[in-house]
Design a protein around this ligand. Structure first.
Ligand code: CP
Length: 349
C-alpha cells in the first residue's frame, strides 16, 4: 500500500489520504474474439479447432467453400515485404469467397505520413471487417486492435510474434510425426525435440513457436551464437533450452527449424558470416551424420548457401514447401474464425 501526504493551502484542513495500488488486470487483449495477436491467445482447444477447420476447408469442394465468406471484406495491411504470408492470406480469404483489399506502405497514404491508427480507421470506414497486419514495430497489431476494435490477424509484428506461422509449422510437424492429428493435448508432442537455429533474437517465428510448442509437450532447443541467441532465452518458458553446438543439437532433435539471418534487423551488429556458416549452416553431411531422419523446416525467406545449403533445402528431409502449402489451409481457418466472430456490418464488437 502506498501512503503519501497531500499538502494543502494553510487555510485548508490538512487531510491524510491513502492511495491503493490496484491489482494489475490481466491483459485486455484480444478485445475481439476473432483476433489472433499472439500464439498465446489460443487455448489448446482453440488450436485444435483451427487445425480441424484447416483440414475441413482444404478438403471442401471449392464451389461450396467459396460461399462461406461470400462478399465479406478483408483488408491486408502490409508495412513490410512478404511473399508467403501475404499471398497465402489473400488466397485463403479469396478461397472462402471474401473480397480482399491490399494496402502496402509503398503505394498508399502511409507514404505521406498517415498513422497506423488513421489507416486502420480508414479501412474500417471502407467496410473492412477484419485487418491482416504485418508491421515492422513489435506490438503494432495490439495498437490496431485497440483503435479499430476489429478482429486483427497478426501477420508478423517486428521482432515479436507471427502466430499463423507457428500454427502452420505445427500442422507440418503433426503431419509428419503424428499422422496429421488435429486434436492436440498437453501430451501430443511429448518426446519431440524441435530445434530452432540461427537468429533467434530477432525472430518472431521463434517466439511464436516457443509460446506454442511446449504447451503440447515439445522440448524446444534453441541453437545459435551469443550475438543472436542470448543465454536469457532459456528462461523464456518451460521446455526451452539452449544448445550452442549445432551437431549436438541435431543429435537430440526430431525437427530442425532453420532461420534466416535478418540483415534488416541486425542494427550494427557485427557478424562474421564465414564463421557463422562454419558453425551453424545446415549442410547435407551434417544432417546425414547427426539427424538423418529429422524433419527440416524453414519459415522463409531462405538464403541458400547461408543458413542452409541448396541440397538440404531441396532434399528429401525438407518440408519447406509443405509449410508454405499449409499456410493457405491454416489461414483459411483463421480468417473464417475472425469473421465468424465479427459483426456483419463491421461495427464494434
Ligand atoms: N514466413 C514468412 O513470414 O514469410 P514472408 O516474409 O515471405 O511472408
Amino acid at each position: 500500500m502506498l501512503r503519501y501526504e497531500v499538502r494543502m493551502s494553510p487555510a485548508a484542513t490538512p487531510v491524510r489520504r491513502q492511495l491503493h495500488t490496484p491489482p494489475v488486470d490481466p491483459s485486455p487483449f484480444p478485445h475481439h474474439p476473432g483476433s489472433l495477436l499472439s500464439a498465446s491467445d489460443l487455448s489448446l482447444e482453440g488450436v485444435s479447432h483451427i487445425l480441424d477447420r484447416a483440414t475441413a476447408l482444404e478438403n471442401m469442394d471449392p464451389l461450396l467453400r467459396d460461399r462461406i465468406l461470400a462478399k465479406r471484406r478483408v483488408a491486408l495491411l502490409f508495412y513490410e515485404s512478404s511473399t508467403r504470408t501475404r499471398t497465402s492470406f489473400e488466397l485463403a480469404a479469396k478461397s472462402l469467397g471474401a473480397d480482399t483489399a491490399l494496402v502496402s506502405s509503398l503505394s498508399s497514404s502511409i507514404e505521406k505520413g498517415e498513422s497506423l491508427k488513421d489507416t486502420g480507421l480508414t479501412l474500417r470506414a471502407l467496410g473492412a471487417e477484419t485487418i491482416i497486419l504485418r508491421h515492422n514495430s513489435s506490438g503494432a497489431a495490439w495498437l490496431l486492435e485497440a483503435e479499430t476494435r476489429l478482429p486483427i490477424l497478426n501477420a508478423g509484428d517486428g521482432m515479436h510474434e507471427h502466430p499463423t506461422q507457428a500454427l502452420l509449422d505445427l500442422r507440418t510437424i503433426l503431419a509428419h510425426l503424428r499422422a496429421g492429428l488435429t486434436t492436440v493435448t498437453a501430451e501430443t508432442l511429448a518426446g519431440v525435440t524441435v530445434m530452432i537455429v540461427g537468429d533467434i533474437l530477432h525472430s518472431r517465428v521463434a517466439r511464436s513457436n516457443m509460446l506454442l510448442l511446449p504447451r503440447m509437450g515439445a522440448r524446444v532447443l534453441l541453437c545459435g551464437p551469443k550475438e543472436l541467441l542470448p543465454e536469457l532465452a532459456a528462461a523464456a518458458g518451460p521446455g526451452i533450452t539452449v544448445e550452442r553446438d549445432l551437431e549436438a543439437a541435431l543429435r537430440q532433435s526430431q525437427v530442425v527449424m532453420m532461420l534466416r539471418i535478418q540483415a534488416e534487423r541486425l542494427a550494427g551488429l557485427q557478424l562474421d558470416l564465414d564463421e557463422y556458416k562454419a558453425k551453424y549452416q545446415l549442410t547435407g553431411p551434417r544432417l546425414a551424420t547427426h539427424a538423418p531422419r529429422a524433419l527440416v523446416l524453414h519459415p522463409g525467406p531462405i538464403i541458400r548457401g547461408l543458413e542452409i545449403t541448396a541440397g538440404v533445402a531441396d532434399g528429401s528431409q525438407s518440408a519447406i514447401l509443405e509449410q508454405v502449402r499449409n499456410g493457405v489451409a491454416i489461414r483459411m481457418a483463421v480468417v473464417e474464425r475472425a469473421l465468424s466472430a465479427a459483426p456483419k456490418q463491421g461495427g464494434r464488437a
